[in-house]
Design a protein around this ligand. Structure first.
Ligand SMILES: [Zn+2]
Length: 339
């Protein structure tokens, strides 16, 4: 089997890897229908995280179950399933309150840019669809595996409610789907911070009512202008840099809610500065598993089409070009199909 392996900065290779096998009775093996490149894959790709050894890549996946271990009860071969980047038992105390990405038995699923994938804790991790989806639904179902689930968590954690005023910081795939999530949750006003034409267009299509192109202090000032000097009820931080965190904190109204779902890189917050903001902060790796059943229903019901964030589709063997296109911002997000 051939899959994607990262060797170092800007060096992704499509090369022979051992085909996964059942190693625990709770495992499932799935044949990947589609996978993709994540914004967070770009951190090690760009050298921001050190790559110590050749590392298989990919943590977003959906596909057909090929084989299950002897203890697996909830899925069987032939079913179409979606899972997320942390396998979880869906039964421990953390899972029970909806934080499956903090499962006491979580395992990272990180080898999905390949034709076949082993998923641990299959019963707790995989959610099956009602039937085998048509090809045109696959991109949207794949998006649920991470970006849409993360965008939804961002909106949920920022307490978006009908009538809310929402700011989304970050116009990557997660930010854009944060806009869509806020729209689905009934936000009245959704301000997307973006400088790029194609992304502004998609944000508007997903429900953004205003676009702010300024960043930093200027961006915050613009948000204050648009909200009568108050700030937004809910702010979604979908980048993970110090600048984007500060921009998000300062755009939130007193008593408001800010969520952060971008993996932090170099973010340090001052206690005293936070103390006087009076805002609620909630974030972390999205517990995508909590939202999968509902989001699958929304995709099947035609309410959301998050697959629109994939503006480049390539065969899996061209995975290196998929990374390059995202690195150079020629693509928002690359979908990969094994041939
Ligand atoms: Zn658990």
């Amino acid at each position: 089997m051939k899959g994607a392996v990262l060797y170092g900065p800007r060096d992704v290779r499509f090369e022979e890897r051992p085909a996964p096998k059942i190693t625990a009775p709770t495992d499932a093996i799935i044949r990947i229908s589609a996978t993709c490149v994540c914004g967070s894959d770009l951190w090690p790709y760009r050298g921001a995280n050190k790559v110590e050894q050749p590392t298989p890549m990919g943590h977003e996946y959906c596909g057909i179950v090929e084989e299950v271990g002897s203890a697996v009860r909830s899925v069987r071969p032939g079913q179409f399933v979606i899972g997320s980047f942390f396998a979880s038992d869906n039964s421990c105390p953390n899972c029970q309150i909806g934080y499956q990405s903090s499962c006491q038995h979580r395992e990272f699923v990180g080898t999905a840019q390949a034709p076949v994938l082993r998923v641990p804790l299959a019963d707790g991790t995989l959610v099956k669809t009602s039937d085998i989806p048509t090809n045109d639904l696959v991109p949207s179902l794949l998006a649920l595996s991470d970006v849409m689930g993360t965008g939804w968590f961002a909106a949920d954690a920022a307490n978006v409610k009908p009538g809310s005023t929402v700011v989304v910081v970050g116009d990557g795939a997660v930010g854009l789907l944060g806009v869509l999530s806020a729209q689905q949750m009934g936000a009245e006003r959704i301000i997307a911070m973006s400088r790029h034409d194609s992304r502004q267009k998609l944000a508007t299509e997903f429900g953004a009512t205003d676009i702010v192109t300024q960043r930093g202090e200027e961006g915050v000032a613009r948000i204050k202008d648009l909200t009568d000097g108050v700030g937004a009820d809910s702010v979604l931080e979908c980048v993970g840099t110090r600048e984007s965190m500060m921009q998000a904190i300062q755009s939130t109204r007193r008593g408001g809610y800010m969520s952060y779902v971008g993996v932090p890189h170099g973010v340090e917050l001052q206690g005293e500065q936070l103390f006087y903001t009076h805002i609620h902060l909630h974030g972390g790796p999205a517990p995508v598993r909590r939202f999968l059943p509902e989001l699958i229903e929304r995709v099947y019901g035609g309410k959301i089409n998050p697959g629109k964030v994939f503006d480049l589709e390539l065969p899996l063997d061209q995975v290196a070009e998929g990374y390059r296109a995202m690195d150079e911002r020629r693509a928002i997000k690359t979908l990969l199909r094994p041939s």
